[in-house]
Design a protein around this ligand. Structure first.
Ligand SMILES: NC(=O)c1ccc[n+]([C@@H]2O[C@H](COP(=O)([O-])OP(=O)(O)OC[C@H]3O[C@@H](n4cnc5c(N)ncnc54)[C@H](OP(=O)(O)O)[C@@H]3O)[C@@H](O)[C@H]2O)c1
Length: 255
């Protein structure tokens, strides 16, 4: 249960080794989040995150969760709640795969697998999460979407479309949960310097995992349902969304 000041006291990070997910946890723990469950497919990649969170004072457990193992999601979420040994106030979906667009265009199987990792797997997982939060009667689901899904570019349409689907799912889920005590926060970062983007050219408005974490923490406190990082993207994407297709095609080809 969030404390009297509305601070998160228990957190589940889906994609526990994610740079952004870890930054969100590291931002919330000093604010009173004493229990963190890291869920992912590679325990060895989550252990350094767990150590950092423990050093900040949190009790941390690691559980197995693979976004593409849809049949295993019910058990994985049960394991996460069992590990927390309490209600979970906040669940952050921080997993995702960017992929290489030209490779994905040449390998339809890999493209479809990316769709499962970024969209179908989260759909299944978050429906299990939503049910558990409804049973608790409270909680917030934070979904790492992307500006790449707000208007899909030809240069990364496989990843972008998976994020568009996830973003739409998260909005609909949030609307369906109004009045239940469960909220959904959709987070739309631009380019963030993380393992996912390492080695890629830095575009304008690039940001950091810590800036995303600050924006998420502020949005949780304010009870917002959507946040762009940096905030300028709210206005940039509003303009981009309304550009005619031929104009967008030419403009986005240079992004
Ligand atoms: N970086 C950006 O520019 C940016 C911008 C907008 C949105 N986002 C979104 O923000 C989220 C976090 O990204 P990040 O930048 O922090 O990237 P990251 O550091 O590369 O983290 C990605 C995470 O996804 C996990 N993952 C991948 N496939 C998985 C699967 N099948 N099952 C479980 N976990 C899986 C990875 O786990 P492993 O350790 O097992 O690989 C890793 O923990 C993603 O959803 C991403 O799409 C990122």
């Amino acid at each position: 249960m969030q404390n009297a000041l509305g601070a998160v006291q228990s957190l589940l990070v889906l994609g526990g080794s994610s740079d952004i997910g870890a930054a969100i946890a590291e931002r919330l723990v000093p604010g009173g989040c004493g229990t963190v469950v890291l869920a992912g497919r590679r325990p060895e990649a989550m252990e350094p995150v767990a150590k950092r969170l423990q050093a900040l004072g949190a009790a941390v457990t690691i559980v197995n969760w693979d976004a593409v193992d849809i049949g295993g999601h019910a058990d994985a979420m049960k394991a996460a709640w069992d590990a927390a040994e309490m209600d979970i106030d906040c669940v952050v979906l921080a997993s995702g795969v960017l992929g290489d667009q030209s490779h994905l265009e040449d390998d339809p199987t890999a493209a479809a697998e990316l769709g499962v990792a970024n969209y179908a797997g989260p759909v299944s997982t978050l429906l299990h999460v939503a049910r558990r939060l409804q049973e608790q009667g409270h909680g917030t689901i934070v979904v790492l979407s992307s500006v790449a899904g707000e208007r899909v570019r030809s240069s990364n349409f496989v990843y972008g479309s998976s994020k568009a689907g996830l973003d739409g799912f998260a909005q609909g889920l949030g609307d369906s949960l109004v009045g239940t005590g469960v909220d959904v926060l959709v987070v739309r970062p631009g380019f963030v310097h993380t393992a996912m983007t390492a080695g890629r050219d830095t575009p304008p408005l690039a940001t950091t995992p810590e800036a995303v974490a600050d924006a998420v923490a502020d949005a949780l406190t304010a009870g917002r349902h959507t946040v762009w990082v940096p905030g300028t993207f709210r206005y940039v994407m509003s303009a981009f969304r309304h550009l005619p297709r031929p104009v967008w095609r030419r403009l986005s080809a240079r992004m």
